[in-house]
Ligand binder design. Structure first.
Ligand code: LER
Ligand code: MN
Length: 277
């Protein structure tokens, strides 16, 4: 397991300053947002070279409408996603994280022929047939992230995402990004779900049950760490707290409270000795 943090959770006026803060706190990697990323690639490459902090993943965020009924909208969504993939490769990232659809459905309800959700699974599968070849050829992974019901009606649990993965024949470059905050809301038993989907997991977003820093909510990080270790999970565990993508104004607060949270993660066994100071 390697520990990373989202860039906007750290203070600093420049990418280099934020990467230096990450290094000072003992992180090994950084997750960056895909929105507005292309012109930032050169400064990020400089920050990587300067600090040795690597890019854990590009988070595609809320961009694009891959499951829209309008083909032009879908094509724009696919083009944006491919740009995130290219940026990820240029940055040496392990993966691009994708939430396939946010909010209410836009595809039609064609019952009794097919329900909205059936159509969405099929549309996503069709996209993944080409995207899986694309990410494999270009040398990066694609991680599908389930999010809670207040953010989407489609793919809320690890089991939902695993269904997508089964359909694409457990493609080795398409895996699941498990977000503990969403899981705390959607899974019947968060720790058991990690165990049940051990082979599907590529990445973990770390937050407590209320999306505060680990230790400031109700999650049992000792049990989470045991499940991940038993699963021989070797991917990134990345802090994503508060208001993802809009955390810059809270960065000083995180800076003050992160050491205590990192201590808890180390005591729980989520950070190996020597991985974080
Ligand atoms: C959204 O709540 C989330 O968890 C992100 O990782 C994806 O945009
Ligand atoms: Mn997340």
């Amino acid at each position: 397991m390697r520990l990373a943090i989202q860039e906007d959770m750290l203070p600093g006026k420049t990418a280099l300053e934020r990467f230096q803060q990450a290094k000072a706190l003992g992180f090994a990697g950084m997750e960056v947002w895909a929105s507005g990323l292309t012109p930032r690639v050169p400064e990020l490459v400089d920050a990587i070279e300067e600090t040795g902090i690597v890019i854990a993943a590009v988070n595609h965020g809320r961009q694009g409408r891959l499951l829209d009924p309008d083909i032009d909208e879908r094509e724009r969504g696919l083009a944006d996603f491919r740009q995130s993939v290219v940026n990820g490769v240029d940055l040496g990232a392990t993966a691009v994280i994708l939430v396939p659809h946010f909010a209410e459905p836009t595809l039609p309800d064609l019952t009794p022929y097919k329900s909205v959700v059936q159509l969405e699974y099929e549309m996503l599968h069709n996209h993944l047939r080409t995207l899986s070849d694309y990410v494999y050829a270009i040398g990066i992974d694609l991680y599908i992230e389930p999010v809670n019901r207040y953010e989407t009606h489609f793919i809320n649990t690890l089991a939902d995402a695993a269904r997508v993965r089964r359909r694409i024949k457990d493609h080795p470059h398409i895996k699941i990004a498990a977000d503990l905050f969403h899981m705390a809301m959607e899974e019947r038993n968060l720790v058991q779900s990690i165990r049940d989907h051990a082979a599907d997991l590529g990445y973990v977003h770390l937050a407590d049950s209320n999306r505060r820093l680990p230790g400031q909510g109700m999650l049992d990080f000792l049990a989470v760490a045991s499940a991940l270790k038993d699963a021989h999970f070797t991917g990134w565990v990345t802090l994503e707290c508060g208001s993802p993508g809009h955390n810059a104004e809270f960065a000083a607060h995180y800076w003050a409270e992160l050491p205590e949270s990192l201590l808890l993660l180390r005591q729980a066994g989520l950070i190996d000795d020597g991985e974080s100071s």
